[in-house]
Design a protein around this ligand. Structure first.
Ligand SMILES: [Zn+2]
Length: 316
């Protein structure tokens, strides 16, 4: 199957319920697994990386038949004389870590991830080695293949991307998507950090991005630029919505009782204006993203918050 066909299957275009593994770069096998992810995505890409010695990246799916497929892939590699030595996690979300416990046990492999990922999963999933930004995992004979961990917070605090230093391909987890979009919400996410991480990813000039959802992305600089400018466009819409709703409320109060005060706005109140290009079905998720934008705007000194209500900074 080609990468394009894999992407089509991911997007629900093809009926294939179990897409076959596809070699996206030498020694870099991508296996889309059905997972409990956000629509329109239906699968999370798991990767087997390495030649004589390999690691499994994204133990994504909790579904038994999908775990069986990963086990079969690893067992086939072992039967062919290859070694598989560890499982690597990009971050703690269930559609990325859901198969970790079962795969660790069935394959007898240690699990590696960032300390902030391990912290979020304490009591649920145990990690055997913590990876820091810049840490390298050498695979096989000296010079054969190396994966470098890159800490990319923003979508999740412990998010790691992994660069195959031989091909320059970057396993990008949930930093970008080939299908659907990336949610930045206040519990796990940080919009300012997300934009910084995206720019840092582009600065490394990877040969391609391998997202968790959807096929490989070859036009890396254009994709990252599109992501950053889209978020900044949304940020302005959130700010504009807040400014105009606040102004309207002040005018109404002035007409009623002469008072200049306003109560500020909640993210939910801003959504129909900030997301006037989106269907109401996405409003609950959009409210989370709006709050993430407001937190960034507060860090930039453009808005303030009190008691869950937001106001333009310096407004009367
Ligand atoms: Zn995620």
């Amino acid at each position: 199957m080609s990468a394009q066909e894999a992407q089509d299957a991911e997007g629900g275009v093809g009926p294939d319920p179990a897409p076959a593994p596809v070699e996206v770069a030498p020694g870099l096998l991508m296996l889309p697994l059905r997972s409990p992810t956000l629509p329109p995505a239906t699968h999370t890409n798991c990767f087997l990386v390495g030649d004589s010695e390999a690691v499994l990246v994204e133990p994504a799916s909790p579904y038994p038949e999908e775990i069986d497929r990963v086990v079969a892939l690893v067992e086939a590699r072992r039967a062919a004389g290859g070694d598989v030595v560890a499982i690597l996690a990009t971050h703690h979300h269930v559609d990325h870590i859901g198969g970790a416990v079962a795969l660790k046990e069935r394959l007898g492999l240690p699990l590696f991830g960032h300390a902030l990922t391990a912290e979020r999963l304490r009591g649920l999933v145990s990690f055997d080695r913590l990876l820091e930004d810049g840490e390298r995992i050498a695979l096989g004979a000296p010079g054969e293949m190396t994966l470098e961990a890159v800490h990319t917070p923003g979508h999740a605090p412990g998010h790691l991307c992994f660069v195959d230093t031989r091909s320059g391909a970057m396993i990008a987890g949930d930093m970008v998507a080939g299908v659907g979009s990336i949610l930045i919400e206040p519990t796990d996410g940080d919009m300012a950090a997300y934009l910084d991480s995206l720019r840092a990813m582009a600065d490394r000039r990877p040969s391609m991005l391998l997202p968790a959802h959807g096929g490989p992305i070859h036009a890396v600089a254009a994709k990252v630029e599109q992501y950053v400018s889209h978020r900044l466009m949304r940020e302005e819409k959130v700010f504009e919505a807040l400014r105009s709703l606040q102004e309207r409320e002040r005018e109404q109060k002035r007409a009623r009782d002469g008072g200049p005060e306003d109560d500020g706005c909640t993210p939910e109140e801003l959504v129909p204006w900030a997301y006037d290009d989106a269907p109401p079905a996405v409003y609950p998720i959009a409210a989370l993203a709006t709050e993430a934008h407001l937190i960034k705007l507060e860090g930039d000194g453009r808005v303030t918050s009190a008691g869950g209500r937001w106001r333009v900074a310096g407004a009367p």
